[in-house]
Ligand binder design. Structure first.
Ligand SMILES: Cc1cc2nc3c(=O)[nH]c(=O)nc-3n(C[C@H](O)[C@H](O)[C@H](O)COP(=O)(O)OP(=O)(O)OC[C@H]3O[C@@H](n4cnc5c(N)ncnc54)[C@H](O)[C@@H]3O)c2cc1C
Length: 344
């Protein structure tokens, strides 16, 4: 019989972020799949009552909370103490938590304090004959492993976008407080604010329905023998704005800046998708002026529907890597797509 703890922290609005609700779905599936298991909720935040009310209908046996002004901010010293205290107070054998950037920093430390084992970036669970198995990717998303552990406590940090967010009616929760001593030393680090680009300047949007990937072709000489980088940038930015899409890039395109070649100013290495870049998750992806080579396409692993526009009918996308390949000039196609989007 497992004692399962769903561990989450609140957002700045005092409620649970979407990824925490997704993780609650996973915690409930695990509780149901492991016969005789019990579920406890552990919340961390400045105030945790509203978050407790938000998920009171999930059926947890009890809701524990570490709260207070010192727990409102993302800070390793206090987060690690809160997570360890909730782990200990619940007597949990399995702790399921969202892999937010805040928890990804603190949970390994909490695992050390709880003498627990931890798996991060978990992207799937399986319950087979009463055994919990998890899935995670290794070697830059090239190999997927399915594994289980006998060691307890076992902390599992679930990646976003894997489960449907839990939904249920609000209610009135009774949150049992768990005391955590905060020393002056713990308070040495203070979060003074968040610096984020404005919504229009922000081109990486993890929640977007569509990922637009731009490749080096946008800055290559076109049929008229000229480079049209400014026009390329206009098409790309217009599409991002109209489709509320996220922007990805091939390595070649973002590397060009350091080689003194024509560049798209909206692009940085943070946009790079692939083996040495990111592996974003979006329902749809559109690749433009990108050859579709394996080190790039490996970053498309979590894109459900893939389309590409390339003038070359034997580009990498044609080798079974895209669902649809438009053999066409991306300048012309994107101009038309943007025109249609603007009308809709
Ligand atoms: C160890 C290692 C790690 C790597 N990691 C990554 C990585 O993380 N991410 C990554 O992207 N790459 C990575 N690469 C590089 C990768 O192998 C490719 O070199 C790179 O993806 C190519 O970028 P590209 O397709 O944009 O450019 P190109 O290969 O130059 O392709 C440009 C494409 O644009 C097309 N094109 C040109 N004009 C038009 C037009 N008007 N309309 C439509 N199509 C047009 C051309 O037909 C061509 O296919 C890695 C390589 C190595 C060795």
């Amino acid at each position: 019989m497992e004692k399962i703890l769903f561990l989450a922290h609140t957002d700045s609005n005092g409620l649970l972020p979407k990824v925490a609700l997704e993780t609650l779905t996973a915690a409930l599936q695990i509780t149901q799949g492991l016969a005789g298991s019990t579920l406890t909720v552990g919340l961390v935040g400045e105030h945790v009552n509203a978050a407790g009310d938000q998920i009171v209908a999930c059926g947890a046996a009890k809701i524990l909370g570490v709260s207070g002004a010192e727990f409102g901010m993302s800070r390793y010293a206090t987060d690690v103490k809160a997570a360890a205290a909730l782990g200990a107070a619940s007597g949990a054998t399995i702790i399921i938590a969202p892999a937010t950037s805040r928890f990804s920093r603190a949970l390994p430390g909490a695992a050390f304090r709880l003498k627990a084992t931890i798996d991060t970036h978990v992207s799937g669970i399986q319950l087979t004959e009463g055994v919990l198995q998890i899935q995670r990717w290794y070697y830059r998303q090239r190999m997927m492993a399915t594994l289980t552990r006998v060691a307890r406590p076992w902390i599992i940090a679930i990646d976003s976008g894997v489960f449907q967010p839990w939904q249920g009616a609000n209610g009135l929760a009774k949150v049992e407080p768990v005391a955590v001593e905060v020393t002056e030393q713990d308070k040495r680090t203070k979060m003074t604010g968040i610096e984020a680009p404005s919504a229009d300047a922000q081109t990486i949007r993890p929640e977007a329905q569509v990922l637009l990937v731009a490749g080096a072709g946008w800055t290559k000489k076109q049929t008229d023998g000229q480079i049209h980088a400014k026009e390329a940038e206009k098409h790309i930015l217009e599409f991002l704005k109209l489709a509320k899409a996220s922007l990805g890039s091939s390595k070649s395109l973002v590397d060009q800046g350091s080689e003194g070649e024509a560049v798209l100013t909206c692009m940085s290495h943070l946009n790079q998708v692939g083996q040495t870049g990111s592996t974003p998750r979006h329902p749809k992806g559109l690749s433009t002026c990108c050859h579709g080579e394996e080190p790039h396409v490996v970053g498309w692993r979590f894109i459900n529907e893939r389309r590409a526009i390339n003038t070359d009918p034997s580009c990498g996308w044609a080798q079974g890597k895209a669902d649809v390949l438009y053999v066409a000039d991306a300048f012309a196609v994107m101009a038309k797509v943007n025109e249609l989007l603007a009308q809709s």
